[in-house]
Design a binder for this molecule. Structure first.
Ligand code: CMC
Length: 429
């Protein structure tokens, strides 16, 4: 019996429910036997109060604005670590030794190429396809190319699938981009680090090699690191739900990519930059703030608000600083979009509407400004989020498969439709 219990009283029933205490965060009431005991379901659209799994990977304290990976704060990781080390941490639970890191980096590096036949898949898309549409299709199709790593009951195959996805995602994202701008694909170069290799695959052309600026590659790596995982968000929960049926990992990550694409989730970075451009000048900010507050206007401030953070998103703080550094380096002085962003942030934070609802800038508020300064079009923002988040999806997927409590996800419903009625022939309707 659990130390603490909760009591649920309804009709003539009284049900005692076990409670569980996490290492951090609020206690959890275990309702898994509630239907069997009381013939009732719980109701929680959007899962605002429901913990769907046990996890040891990422912890967020939304009130404090704290994000920890395996206990380590994101700002420390963004400053002192780098993406592949954070990938190791998320996947295996501890920071690697120097030898472990070297081995991991070499395993990832050795899987950066994609099957040559996959090039034909890219060529089947329309040139004006969104790169997310291409990534979604190509990642799903990986299960047709890598048959030797689709058996989820085999830990070795799970490991190979994980490494393959982390290694190949930059190649796939860069190729999706190259395809949409009509340039030849650039093959990966294994003598470059992860971020530099991605930048080169995006911006190099056969007639002119791209020289990677180390400050830009560091900023790229930081963007990857800041997006690496975010516990049970919509796309991660989608990956978990898809894989709960036993589907292969490539299909499950493709499901995560599909979910991430929406403007309320990973698509917000594209939507945010488009909004900042539409605002255009600081004098128009009050008009847009008024629209965001107007209940009859569907407009929302993109890059603002979060389901979990009711304080500054710690990732936004790092990115705000990064935006200044990158624009400085590129000599982009008086960047109009950055000025609008900073002033919008200031005015929104001073407005009682945003204060009362605890709406703060999130990770998407500044990331688009940096990516645009690096030379990426807005359509590449969400693919970059997807490639960064792949390690989070995979770590959560691996954790779930190894969890003895795992069962197929199957939510219930509050049925509001017709009750039993008889079929009526068409001529009588
Ligand atoms: N602008 C104006 N009002 C807002 C905003 C916003 N960006 N976000 C929330 N609100 C209001 C909303 O209208 C509601 O008001 P009321 O209580 O009067 O009806 C209240 O705040 C609570 O909003 P909610 O939609 O119930 O909150 P949620 O937790 O379901 O939504 C969210 C979280 C991120 C979807 C939402 O804040 C939003 O749409 N933000 C803009 C899109 C965005 O930036 N998304 C990126 C999220 S971070 C990256 C990621 O996870 O992918």
């Amino acid at each position: 019996m659990a130390d603490k219990t909760a009591k649920l009283i309804f009709d003539d029933k009284e049900i005692e429910l076990p409670m569980m205490s996490p290492t951090a965060g609020p206690d959890v009431i275990d309702i898994s036997k509630l239907y069997a005991q009381g013939n009732v379901f719980t109701y929680d659209p959007g899962f605002t109060s429901t913990a769907a799994c046990d996890s040891t990977i990422t912890y967020i304290d939304g009130g404090k604005g704290e994000l920890l990976h395996r206990g380590y704060p994101i700002d420390q990781l963004a400053k002192d670590s780098h993406y592949l080390e954070v990938c190791y941490l998320l996947l295996y639970g501890e920071l690697p030794s120097a030898a472990q890191l070297e081995d991991f980096e070499s395993r990832v590096t050795n899987h950066t190429m994609i099957h040559e036949q996959m090039m034909f898949l890219f060529r089947g898309f329309r040139r004006d396809a969104h790169p997310m549409a291409i990534m979604n299709g190509v990642v799903g199709a990986m299960s047709a190319f890598y048959h030797d790593s689709t058996d989820i009951s085999d830990p070795w195959q799970r490991e190979v699938a994980s490494i393959r996805m982390i290694a190949k995602m930059p190649t796939i994202a860069a190729m999706a981009y190259k395809f949409t701008i009509g340039q030849p694909f650039v093959y990966p170069r294994n003598d470059l680090d992860y971020a530099s290799n991605f930048l080169r695959m995006c911006f190099s052309v056969p007639c002119e090699d791209y020289q990677v600026n180390p400050i830009l590659s560091r900023a790229m790596d930081r963007i990857f690191t800041l997006h690496a995982d975010h516990e049970q968000n919509a796309s991660t929960s989608t990956v978990r739900l898809a894989s709960s049926s036993g589907a292969n990992p490539f299909a499950c990550i493709a499901a995560g990519i599909a979910c991430l694409w929406g403007p309320a989730h990973g698509g917000a970075n594209q939507a945010c930059l488009e909004m900042l451009r539409e605002i255009g000048t600081v004098d128009r900010i009050p008009e847009f703030i008024a629209r965001a507050k107007d209940k009859n206007d569907p407009f929302r401030l993109m890059g603002f608000g979060h389901r979990v953070y009711k304080n500054f998103d710690p990732r936004a703080k790092v990115l705000k600083q990064s935006a200044d550094e990158v624009l400085d380096l590129l000599g982009v002085e008086d960047n109009a979009v950055l000025q609008v962003a900073k002033e919008l942030e200031k005015q929104a934070l001073a407005d009682p509407y945003f204060a009362e609802k605890k709406l703060f800038p999130n990770v998407d508020f500044y990331s688009g400004i940096i990516l645009e300064a690096m030379g990426f079009p807005t359509s590449m923002f969400t693919p970059i989020f997807a490639l960064s988040r792949t390690v989070g999806w995979i770590s959560q997927w691996k954790e779930m498969i190894a969890d003895p409590k795992m069962k197929i996800g199957r939510p219930r419903q509050l049925y509001q439709g017709e009750t039993l009625r008889n079929y009526v022939d068409i001529e009588k309707r």
